[in-house]
Design a protein around this ligand. Structure first.
Ligand code: IPD
Ligand code: CA
Ligand code: CA
Ligand code: CA
Length: 264
């Protein structure tokens, strides 16, 4: 009989692929778009429908598991005991609405707070990044190489332009210096995809001062399995029960950004 994690992995993949089919099918339909906390914080009927799809299937198949999700179909969790699925049904909703690309389904599955299975699915490209603890990172089923250090001068850093301008969350000046000293900067508008790109070595680091657990849960597991490092901007472990700042990077690059830029 397949092990516990193999069984969970099979269901997770099946549901993620089905979510992708539903999202692609929604392109032909009229979207209902609403604003949440502010006029640019958007949600659609598809975001909600996909999270509900996951929550219902998980509860039916694995009644003891818990669900943490963005759109309110999950559980109110005060602790991370047992098995918890952390789900972002569509990460990059703004891209989904405006561009019909550059968004992803993100799923991280944890046991007693430890990441066990991670997935980021680029729905439009049909590209699945996946990892199981201790087994490395896979891209559409093919193993990827472990990440190696690179100099900052040869690095591509993913950071949103908001954080390179004066803002109310962080001192932007160290990040401006980092952006100048790096080879280049990118911003794709989906934290989950950007984390998957770090895991796959397409980006060398990703920085955000404020993400929710569903934004980073899947990608964090991918990066750790690829040999990269994920912490908050103070170098501390991320907390899955609250908002966090995030610094995700290749080994070496992570320490250098912390020491030479953020802790100055
Ligand atoms: C957002 C995306 C975006 C990040 C925002 C997130 P959503 O998630 O990941 O890249 O900058 O902070 O809220 O709302 O599209 O799932
Ligand atoms: Ca959102
Ligand atoms: Ca998100
Ligand atoms: Ca979302």
């Amino acid at each position: 009989m397949a092990g516990k994690w193999e069984e969970i992995d099979q269901y997770a993949r099946q549901w993620i692929k089905e979510a992708g089919r539903r999202i692609r099918a929604s392109f032909a339909e009229q979207l209902t778009v609403e604003a949440k906390e502010n006029r640019n914080d958007l949600v659609t009927n598809v975001d909600r429908g996909i999270e509900q799809f996951f929550a219902e299937h998980i509860r039916r198949q694995f009644p003891s598991h818990h669900v943490l999700g963005e759109e309110g179909f999950g559980d109110e969790l005060a602790a991370l005991d047992g098995i918890v699925w952390v789900i972002d049904p569509i990460d990059g909703t703004m891209n989904f609405i405006h561009q019909q690309r550059h968004f992803a389904v993100s799923v991280g599955i944890f046991e007693d707070g430890a990441g066990q299975l991670g997935y980021v699915y680029d729905v439009v490209f049909d590209e699945l990044y996946s990892a199981q603890k201790g087994r490395g990172l896979f891209f559409n089923g093919k193993p990827l190489d472990r990440l190696q250090p690179v100099p900052i001068a040869e690095s591509i850093i993913a950071v949103n332009a908001t954080w390179l301008m004066e803002n109310r969350r962080i001192d932007h000046r160290p990040l401006v210096r980092l952006a100048k000293e790096a080879r280049g900067t990118r911003s794709y508008g989906s934290a989950a995809l950007e984390l998957a790109y770090v895991a796959a070595g397409r980006l060398d680091a990703y920085i955000s001062p404020r993400l929710s657990p569903w934004d980073f849960a899947g990608g964090m597991i991918l990066i750790e399995e690829a040999g990269g490092v994920v912490t908050n901007l103070d170098g501390e472990p991320l907390d899955l029960l609250s908002r966090n700042s995030v610094l995700a990077a290749k080994p070496g690059v992570h320490g250098e950004i912390l020491q030479r830029y953020l802790q100055q």
